[in-house]
Every structure is written in C-alpha cells, then in structure tokens.
Ligand binder design. Structure first.
Ligand SMILES: Nc1ncnc2c1ncn2[C@@H]1O[C@H](COP(=O)(O)OP(=O)(O)OP(=O)(O)O)[C@@H](O)[C@H]1O
Length: 287
C-alpha cells in the first residue's frame, strides 16, 4: 500500500493517536481493506449468508439451487464459497478444475452457467482433493480478501455459503460484511432444529436479520403412489419458525436431483421441487 493510501486510511481510524506513524501501522492496512470491502460490497444489492447449525443438512446444495433459480430469472448472481476447509460449490455449479485468474488489482471470479460468478478456495489449490488445514484467523482473513479483492462487479445477489455452526467464519462474515440477512437451512430432525436456536441467538447478538428458514430433506415422495413420507418428522421446522417469529421460505424434499453434481446447471436438468418457490419468495421480498 502506498504511504498516501495509508495516510488516508489512518484518517478514519478509530484507534488513531498523535503517536501514529502511517508507514508502520497495522491498523492502516486493516482500515484500507475495510474501505475496499465497503466499496466492493456497495455494488451488490443483496448480500445474503446461508447458514446452518449443523453440518450435512444441505446448505451448499440449497445455496447452489437458489443461485441457479435467481440467475435463471435474469438476476446477476455471485456465490462465495466461504467453506474454506470443505469447499463444494465448484462441483455443485459445474466449474470444478477451473482456476481463478487475477489481474494486478483483483481476483476474477470463475463464471458458471447462467453467468453465476463463483469464488472458492478450490480455484486456488492444486486439486480438489488437496487438504486445506488453516486455523480460524487465517480462514477468516482469506474470506475478507475475497470480499475486498474480488472483482464482483454489480450484482443483484451475493450468496455466501458458510461452514456450519457459529465458529470463526460465520462470526467474521457477520462482523465484516454488511449483510442484508441470513438464510438458515435446517432439516426437520430434532438435532438440526436444536442447533438453529444457536444461530438465532448469534444473529440477535450481532443484530443481523434472518430473512427466513429453508426446510431441506423435508419429506420423500413415493415415485409409484405419490404418498409423502416424513422420515424426520412433520411440521417441526414450521413450529420452530412460529416459536422465533421467522419466515419459512419453503420446503425441499429428499430428491435424487440433489445428488451434488453439475446436473443442477444443465439447461435440461430439473432442480429439486421447492427451490424455485424459495427463489421467487426471495425475489418478492428483496428483488
Ligand atoms: N434435498 C436433498 N435430497 C437429497 N440429497 C440431498 C438433499 N440436500 C442435500 N443432499 C445431499 O446431502 C449431502 C450434504 O449436502 P450439502 O453438502 O449441501 O450439505 P451442507 O450442509 O452444505 O454440508 P457441510 O456444510 O457440512 O459441508 C450431499 O451429498 C447432498 O447431495
């Protein structure tokens, strides 16, 4: 960073004292990154983090499905795969094995079908089975860099797929990114429901809006007779929403269409039932 940029970052610094030296101060770097995040994210109309209390409930699958439906409806969509230790988004959106290019100022997102802009740590590592073992602060600082230094451009929606739980990355995103709100994904199972309350409390503490809840793996529809079977219980997510005053955005069944490959983005490929309705609800609420 040039000393002129450092000086201007220093001017707005809350920690500034008369003894500050812009050339050596770490705060200036941080402030400058915050300014870049603000400018970059200011060009995105809706910034939404997709969260879950528990792993494996289908958060990434739901994120990819909503992104595709929004893009199919003509919206400009970006997806940030903030699950640094277990990135799946390139596979779900059919852009595995791609690399993220960079020019001298920014990273350039990989473009998936329907013009969806995708950013994932997987585009930076040698192969998709390479292991990323980084401690929390390093993972959070990479995510901040993706927010500050990726040329996202003007978008209608940025969907941030977070790792499950209330750890470093969810906290860091909620503190750094001016979020429009959260979408919480839960299955109807009791354990998944229990962990949603932790997310609700975290959102309250950080003053972050919960846009709504998606019920995933809600039921299974018999292909022969059409009967709906509810293996994890019926109406548990609906009751949870009533308890906390949350909007139920919709329910997605257990469906082979969600097998986690790029079939989701082929023009013939049909998305799982329910995803389209959820995207339309979001468009009505925020579009
Ligand atoms: N509605 C569904 N029907 C059938 N399979 C599903 C459905 N939703 C998700 N799956 C499958 O469940 C598995 C977990 O999904 P996914 O990776 O999206 O969960 P996740 O919550 O993002 O996991 P984590 O955050 O712990 O990595 C995947 O194999 C996915 O294909």
């Amino acid at each position: 960073m040039s000393s002129a940029t450092k000086s201007s970052a220093c001017e707005s610094c809350a920690n500034r004292t008369d003894a500050c030296k812009p050339e050596t101060c770490g705060h200036a770097e941080k402030n400058e990154q915050e300014m870049r995040i603000k400018a970059n994210m200011g060009r995105i109309k809706n910034r939404i983090a997709i969260v879950s209390g528990k792993g494996g409930v289908g958060k990434s699958t739901v994120t990819a499905g909503i992104a595709i439906e929004l893009a199919r409806n003509g919206f400009k969509v970006g997806v940030l795969d903030a699950d640094v230790s277990g990135p799946n988004m390139p596979h779900l959106l059919g852009v595995e094995n791609k690399r993220m290019e960079a020019d001298e100022n920014s990273f350039l997102p990989v473009e998936a079908a329907h013009g969806i802009k995708v950013v994932s740590v997987e585009f930076l590592i040698s192969s998709s089975d390479s292991l990323v073992i980084w401690r929390g602060p390093l993972r959070s600082s990479l995510i901040n860099q993706f927010l500050a230094d990726v040329a996202w451009g003007d978008l209608d929606f940025l969907l941030v797929d977070l790792p499950p739980g209330t750890g470093d990355e969810p906290l860091s995103i909620m503190q750094t990114l001016p979020l429009t709100g959260l979408i919480v994904v839960s299955t109807p199972s009791n354990l998944s429901i229990l962990d949603v309350s932790k997310i609700v409390n975290m959102a309250k503490m950080l003053n972050t809006r919960i846009i709504g809840v998606v019920e995933n793996m809600a039921y299974y529809e018999c292909p022969t007779c059409g009967e709906k079977v509810y293996p994890f219980g019926e109406d548990t997510v609906k009751r949870l929403c009533e308890r906390y005053g949350l909007t139920l955005l919709g329910s997605i069944p257990i469906d082979p269409a969600n097998r986690g490959t790029d079939i989701m983005v082929s023009s013939e490929g049909s998305l799982s039932k329910g995803t389209g309705d959820i995207a339309h609800k979001l468009i009505c609420m925020l579009g």
